[in-house]
Structure formats: C-alpha cells, structure tokens
Write a protein that binds this ligand. Structure first.
Ligand code: LLP
Length: 385
C-alpha cells in the first residue's frame, strides 16, 4: 500500500475521480536526476507535454531544469512559470507562424527544426522582426526504439525530423538564411523506452553524423538526445525512481563529445509518471458471462493511455482485503475501449470501494478530455491534504 490510512481517510472525503500527486516522490526523483546529470555536465530540459500542472512545474523549476516545449502555449507557460528563456527548446513538426514569432520574441535557447521548409519560414519570420533565431536540426536517425508504434518517432517512416540524406541540401540552404544560427543537432527516437540498448545505438549514430559535420567544418555547440526513458508500469513500487544512472552512463560511455560541446536531454515521463495516481470509486460491480466487471467512475476521459496505446497501468483496490477474484476494470464511457485492465486478480470488490490507477503522472491529466461532456478532472497534491 503506497498510501497511509490517514491519507485514505482524506481521499474518502473528496469527490472522485481525481488525480493525486506525491510531491515528495517528485522531489526525490529530481534529486537523483540532478545528482546523475550535473556530475556529468548533462543539461536536462523537462518535457512540459508530460504534465504541465502549475505545482509540478514550480517543483521542477526549483531544481534548475530547462523546458522542452511543443507549442506556443507551452513556451508561454514555461516563461510565465519562471523557466529561463535561455533554457527553453521548442520542437514539433507543425509550428505555426504565430508560435514561431512568440518563441523568437521570447529569445528562447533553440528551435528544434524538423524540415527544410520550416527553416525557411523561421528565417523569414526572424528577418521580418530583425532577430536571429538559434536552431538545432532534428535529424531522423532511423533507429527503432522498440516501443509502441504510436510513440516511435525515430524511423524514416515517421513524420519527424530531417533525413540524413537531406543534410547537404540543408546546410547549403542554411548558408543563405542570414537570420538563423545553427547551434545544435536534435534527436528523439520515441517514448517509454525500456530496452536501453537503443540509446547505445543512438549514440553510435550521433557519432557518425558528427563526423559528417566535422568533415564539412561545421561546429555544433550542443547535441540534444531527446527523452524517452521508460518507467516500470507493471511493478511501480520496485522502481519508483527510474534508473537515471544507467541511462546517463550509456551516453557517458558511448557518446563521443566534441570539445566545447554540451549534451542535452528532454525528459518527461521518467520525471513525473510515478508521482501521479488516478483515484476513483467503484460505481457498480456487474456479473458478466465470462468475467465480472468493476465499473469505475474514472474512464478513458481521465486516462486515455490504455485505450489509445493498450498501455498497462497497475490497478489496486484500496478499500478491500477480501478474497481474490478475477475482474475486468472498466470506465463509464460509451466505448468498449474504455477498459483499464482485463482479467486482473483483485480482492473482492463492492460499490463504493476506492481504487487507484498507478503511474499516471505523465500523459494522464494532460491528455484528459471532455468527451461525453464529462467534468474536467481535478488534481490534489500531497502538501495540501
Ligand atoms: N522530446 C520530444 C521531441 C518528444 O516528442 C517527447 C515526447 C519528449 C521529448 C519526451 O519524451 P519522454 O521522456 O516523456 O518519453 N502520450 C504518449 C507519449 C507521447 C510522447 C511524445 N513525445 C504516452 O502516453 O505514452
């Protein structure tokens, strides 16, 4: 049980469903992240897309991380929350003109540029307001991240990045873009990566590409290796804090730094996933033909990951210690995909029992929706209850 009796009593008084965030765990996670990154002089940008709640951002800010944004609104929020503009990166295949202008006006650290056409547009907008924009070329390394195909980004078949075969053309063009300054190379091969050998492959690929730039006498100030470190959804209590040490060691060992160059990361999930829990109550227990259904008051509107990526989240009954029975745990939405987990053994469950869906701090609340005109889910924090 991760929650104290006292906390459970407080949960009983709050209208469900809601998200609960353990800020103590978030801080411990950030302590270890910083310990492992700072000593290697690696720079970490927090990927706001994973969770952009005010309290989460403020906590992360306290640890000096930069920000990784994927929309103009995220850039605005990062600035408003106090992230230094000189530590903000902006990625995405489809940046609009307004978003580009916003980011240039904030003088962000770097645009991660995904196509030749985008480069042209940023140059045009920067020159129209007499500014220079720093850019990193997002290169598609064509590496399989061995994760769910919806969150694989580094293969040629994916929409992301510039293909290595286009580099000569890109560099040629870049020389004529007077309002762009090339300062980096950017990579991001996917998310929820647990087979860490792919990061070694990424290092080897980056080293090869770096040689190409050296041969062309182009100095690159920084390499941004993206994010993607996975978390343990099956057994969260065994790995509440992801193994940042092993992750960074791979880069320390296999990435060949060019003198004067810094190595950056954009980490989202591994920082915030385990500190979040979705708390819900059982509305009904229904006997089915082949199984029994536990129908929760939380559904795919609060947590879409199981429906969208067949993702597994550990589900626990916090109220019962009865005999184990087999259940399908589902939500109330009018979709069969609104299922959290099938055929799971849980203590005998009844209407009103409190349930927790674990490891939901990343891509949980941010991806919630108002489908079926559902009320926006609320969030509570460990320092408030
Ligand atoms: N950098 C870029 C360019 C990204 O696209 C992403 C995530 C990250 C960094 C952060 O990756 P992380 O460290 O969190 O793995 N909604 C999906 C995940 C989508 C990830 C999108 N990009 C899910 O719920 O699994």
């Amino acid at each position: 049980m991760i929650f104290s009796k006292e906390l459970l009593n407080k949960f009983e008084l709050i209208e469900t469903p809601f998200y609960f965030y353990d800020l103590g765990l978030l801080k411990k996670t950030l302590d270890i992240l910083n310990r492992e990154s700072v000593k290697r002089k690696f720079k970490v940008h927090y990927a706001l897309k994973a969770n952009s709640n005010n309290k989460i951002l403020k906590t992360i800010l306290g640890y000096g991380l930069g920000a990784d944004c994927v929309s103009g609104n995220e850039v605005e929020l990062a600035v408003k929350s106090g992230f230094k503009n000189t530590q903000i990166v902006f990625a995405g295949v489809g940046k609009t003109d307004i978003e580009i202008k916003t980011a240039i006006n904030h003088k962000i650290f770097c645009f991660n540029v995904e196509s030749l056409q985008e480069m042209e547009v940023i140059n045009l907008i920067a020159s129209s307001i007499d500014q220079t924009a720093n850019i990193a070329l997002r290169i598609n390394p064509n590496i399989n991240a061995n994760t769910h195909h919806y969150i694989t980004t580094g293969l040629e078949e994916n929409k992301f990045g510039i293909n290595a075969s286009e580099l000569a053309q890109v560099i040629d063009k870049l020389n004529s873009f007077k309002n762009l300054k090339l300062i980096g190379l950017h990579f991001h091969i996917g998310s929820q990566i647990t087979y860490l050998n792919v990061f070694k492959e990424l290092c080897i690929r980056i080293n090869e590409l770096q040689k190409w730039f050296a041969d062309h006498h182009i100095h690159i100030d920084h390499i941004n290796a993206g994010g993607g470190l996975g978390v343990n959804y099956e057994k969260p209590d065994e790995n509440l804090i992801p193994n940042f040490k092993i992750f960074f060691e791979i880069f320390e060992k296999f990435f060949e730094t060019v003198p004067g160059q810094s190595l950056h990361f954009e980490i989202g999930r591994a920082i915030v996933a385990q500190c979040g829990s979705l708390i819900s109550k059982v509305l009904y227990v229904k006997e089915g033909v082949n199984t029994n259904f536990v129908i929760l008051d939380a559904g795919m509107t609060e947590l879409i990951r199981p429906a969208l990526y067949q993702a597994y989240h550990k589900v626990e009954n916090l109220s019962s210690s009865g005999q184990q029975k087999k259940y399908d745990v589902v939500g109330p939405i009018c979709e069969t995909s609104d299922t959290f987990v099938k055929s799971v053994q849980l203590p005998e469950t009844k209407r009103g029992d409190l349930f927790v869906i674990r490891s939901t701090g990343a891509y949980g609340e941010v991806m919630s929706s108002g489908y079926n005109l559902r009320t926006k889910v609320k969030s509570y924090y460990s320092d408030e209850l």
